[in-house]
Design a protein around this ligand. Sequence first.
Ligand code: PGA
Length: 246
Amino acid sequence: MRVRIVKDEEAAARVVAARVTTALAAKPATVLGLPTGRTPVRLYALLRQAFAAGRVDFAKAVTFNLDEFAGLPAGHPATYRAFMEAHLFDHVNLAPRRIHFLDGMAKDPVAECVRYEKAIARAGGIDLQILGIGANAHIGFNEPGAGLVADSHLARLEPGTRRSNADLFDGNVKAVPREALSMGVGTILRSRSIVLLATGVGKANAIGATVLGPVTTRVPASLLQLHGDVEVVLDEAAASKLAMAV
Ligand code: PGA
């Protein structure tokens, strides 16, 4: 893994925004894997600005989001699709038919996950997968455990993950769904290039274990060590447990 440490959240978002704009300049039909959460908010703001300034074109881009809550109706403000519309999709020239999401309302989640894997394959695979990381080192909704599921699947959320999503539900943890549909670690590792963005001291332990620790399903992001093209972009706070090693 290549680790890049920059001063603060703004600088980290700039590094990742530049990766996206460079990829799209080189290949307008780039297939992007996209995360939600607090971490990428600044990244999406920079991409909106770049689009408004004519510095990036999404006309041919294809997107696949990492995950979606199960059981929230379309249009519910806490869906990750609503997040993406508010932060990026409603502001740039992405073609709606090239935007892909796992359908959290699917009656048959297994069939829905098979559909998603096929859609990714049909698009030619993900060129650039952007990831956040949970404080427990989850990627997507692949929570730490004795084993991990390789492909897209219906995942159970850990209590801490539900707490960290409570803001989307006016702070009400009980309203956060217990399940979500998520790309699997295999789906993520099949991407050609991966960029993991982490900021803030709350991610420092997860980043330490991800970068320096053994590869283990107890630290899902550590499986990224198995991939040949991963860049970990950190602010100084998220990198604070790496200080001895860099
Ligand atoms: P966050 O979530 O960006 O809101 O911290 C990241 C994640 O859980 O993957």
